[in-house]
Each structure stands twice: as structure tokens, then as C-alpha cells.
Design a protein around this ligand. Structure first.
Ligand code: T46
Length: 140
């Protein structure tokens, strides 16, 4: 499954910590969009979709959350709880975010602008498209 947990370089001194992220260097794509989720209600599960071409990096810059990842053949769960960790998610991977701590802020760096047509929001459609083995499908 094409997901990668990054541990970013931290620049720390007696004043505190700093993480810097540069596109095509620390982040493996050009960053076209940044958004963030916060004030997520208890017991809420979000996501429930895959992207046909979008790549993203999720960083829980405050608090914690968990992410369920599914490439149609295999599932895995990743915890995000450090502001210097990033979860790369390739296209064609179903994701659900859950177990948000009340103070969680989930920052997302995305490889493209918002396009609703890039979303697969129905799980049966996702399974069907994965079964056909689309050209850029990178799950294994
Ligand atoms: C993803 C996970 C991690 C916009 O207008 N522009 C945007 O860039 C985004 C991301 C969303 N929206 C609108 C669309 C919906 O009306 O904001 C509303 C909530 O979006 P959505 O229900 O898609 O949120 P999540 O938390 O289910 O998923 C989001 C991203 O959409 C998705 O790409 O991978 O976070």
C-alpha cells in the first residue's frame, strides 16, 4: 500500500521547536493547496473516500487522531500524534479519520486544487475501480 510515515527534521533550541517543509524536497510533490480540520466532534469519523489522482500529506500539528487506510486489498491503521510526523497518502487509497482528540488540528498538504470529481465517495465504486486496476493504481 502506497502510504509513508515521514519524520520531519526538527530544528530545536532553547526557544523551542520548528519544522520547515519545502515542496518537492521534504514533501514529494508540488503543494497546490493547504487545509486543516479542527474542532472535530467526539466520536466523529470523517473521510470515507479515496482520490483518483490527488496525493496528500496529513500532519496532526496539535493533538492526535487515527487514520484507516484501505487500498481495496489490504487495510492498515496509522496514528498521528506528533507535530513532526507526516502521513503521505497516494491516490487510490480509501481513508477514514477518527479518534480525534478534542484539541486535534489536522493539517493537510495537497498536490492539487479542490476538485469534487477527483473523489470516490462510494465504497462499492472504489472497490470496482480498484478491481479494474486503473493505470496509476499503486496499491499492492
Ligand atoms: C481528505 C481528508 C483528509 C472545500 O470546499 N475545499 C477543500 O479543499 C476541502 C478539502 C473541502 N471543501 C469542502 C467540501 C465539503 O463541503 O469542505 C467540506 C468538507 O469536506 P469533506 O467532507 O471532503 O471533508 P473530509 O474531512 O471528509 O475530507 C477531507 C478532504 O476533503 C479529503 O481530501 O483526504 O480531509
Amino acid at each position: 500500500m502506497h502510504v509513508v510515515k515521514y519524520v520531519f527534521q526538527q530544528h530545536g533550541d532553547e526557544r523551542g521547536m520548528l519544522v520547515a517543509l519545502e515542496e518537492c524536497k521534504d514533501i514529494p510533490f508540488e503543494i497546490k493547496r493547504v487545509y486543516y480540520l479542527y474542532d472535530t466532534k467526539k466520536e466523529v469519523r470523517r473521510g470515507f473516500h479515496a482520490h483518483r489522482s490527488l496525493e496528500q500529506i496529513l500532519i496532526c500539528i496539535h493533538g492526535s487522531c487515527r487514520v484507516l487506510l484501505d487500498n481495496g486489498a489490504e487495510k492498515k491503521t496509522v496514528s498521528l500524534e506528533k507535530p513532526y510526523e507526516g502521513l503521505y497518502i497516494a491516490n487510490d487509497i480509501w481513508r477514514e479519520m477518527y479518534d480525534f482528540s478534542p484539541d486535534a488540528v489536522l493539517l493537510v498538504l495537497a498536490s492539487d486544487f479542490y476538485r469534487e470529481e477527483d473523489y470516490i465517495r462510494d465504497y462499492e465504486t472504489f472497490k470496482r475501480e480498484m478491481g479494474k486496476g486503473r493505470e496509476n493504481y499503486d496499491g499492492d
